[in-house]
Design a binder for this molecule. Structure first.
Ligand code: AMP
Ligand code: MN
Ligand code: MN
Length: 322
């Protein structure tokens, strides 16, 4: 598979690279790493994300390569899609790709819908950055310090700093090679993990005060209404990682974050701490997806309704395990 992807990319002139909306560092780091490589091969590269590069990811070298998609479609030879399990999570990027491009889908979500013409989906990889690293190694790509930094950020964040399920010797092998290629681990880690805006800290303070425990204290939840979000003046991107504080409690097997959205939907973000509780399966019931231990969905309904429905399914899963 890597060979056919490498030859499709090397044989193309105009290439678009994109990843999922509300991007994380795996989505953006992978997008930027791919764009940097393709540029170095002399390609005409366009990198898009529906949300552009959020300010909090400006530590990624080359972030200025990523822009928001235009309103009218553009022609490409290849459309490379990274870290995106379903087409709809590309958001408005899809409308900017004129028909005729070859869609290459590289991802690590077990729930990937294989919507590309070439699909390389490896759920055993803890990050798309890991897949890209292995692809680069296979294709003989020279990993510059900037590419290495983007891939390291992708892997570090998706593995919770090399901690989560799926982190194995292969992950540290990639980490080691990337550090050898020029990653400044301390500087990058400070930017990733110790530079949150005060605004986000206030959200965390609020979340910890409002945390609830359900299902004999085995589920921890936090809900954010539109009103709370407006009062705290938080940005959507501030939510990332808040849930990890709920999951950290001993005895909690699943943490769930419910966020009221302006379109009448609720964004559910779910985490598991026990491989027997597969939150991806639960999210798929609600038309979402993700990974067995970290998944999400956007569900129609009020915050309370969605919360009750979702909690019931997760609690049933936990009781099945008992
Ligand atoms: P999050 O909770 O937003 O950090 O997402 C956790 C994982 O679930 C990520 O790998 C996402 O790509 C995936 N995910 C989140 N929301 C959705 C959704 N609405 N549909 C499909 N996958 C999702
Ligand atoms: Mn992602
Ligand atoms: Mn990922």
């Amino acid at each position: 598979m890597f060979d056919s992807i490498a030859s499709a990319l090397r044989g193309a002139n105009r290439i678009a690279v994109a990843s999922h909306l509300r991007p994380d560092a795996d989505a953006l780091g992978s997008t930027i790493a791919a764009a940097l490589w393709l540029k170095s091969e002399g390609k005409d590269v366009t990198a898009w994300n529906e949300d552009g590069t959020l300010t909090k990811f400006h530590y990624l070298p080359g972030h200025e390569l990523v822009s928001t998609p235009p309103a009218t479609p553009e022609k490409f030879d290849v459309f490379l899609i990274l870290d995106t399990s379903v087409k709809k999570r590309l958001g408005t990027v899809v409308d900017a790709i004129a028909p005729g491009a070859l869609w290459i889908n590289m991802d690590h979500h077990v729930s990937n819908e294989l919507f590309g013409e070439i699909n390389h989906v490896d759920p055993s990889a803890p990050a798309t950055g890991q897949i890209l690293f292995e692809f680069f190694r296979h294709a003989g790509v020279r990993i510059t310090p900037a590419i290495a930094t983007n891939l390291f950020a992708a892997i570090s964040t998706d593995t919770g700093s090399f901690q989560y399920q799926g982190t194995n010797a292969r992950t540290f092998d990639a980490g080691s090679a990337l550090v050898s290629a020029g990653v400044d681990v301390a500087t990058l880690s400070r930017a990733m993990y110790e530079s949150q805006p005060k605004r986000r800290f206030e959200l965390l303070r609020f979340a910890l005060n409002r945390a609830e425990f359900h299902c004999e204290d085995r589920i921890a939840t936090f809900s954010l209404t539109l009103e709370d979000a407006a009062r705290l003046a938080v940005l959507p991107e501030d939510n990332e990682g808040i849930i990890d504080n709920l999951r950290s409690v001993e005895g909690v097997l699943s943490a769930i974050f419910f966020e009221e959205l302006p379109d009448g939907k609720v964004r559910v973000s779910a985490r598991s701490k026990d491989p027997a509780i597969d939150v991806c399966k639960v999210c798929q019931i609600f038309k979402g997806g993700g990974h067995p231990m970290a998944a999400g969905a956007r569900v129609h309904g009020t915050l309370d309704r969605v919360k009750q429905d979702f909690l019931k399914v997760v609690c049933d899963e936990i009781r099945k395990r008992d």
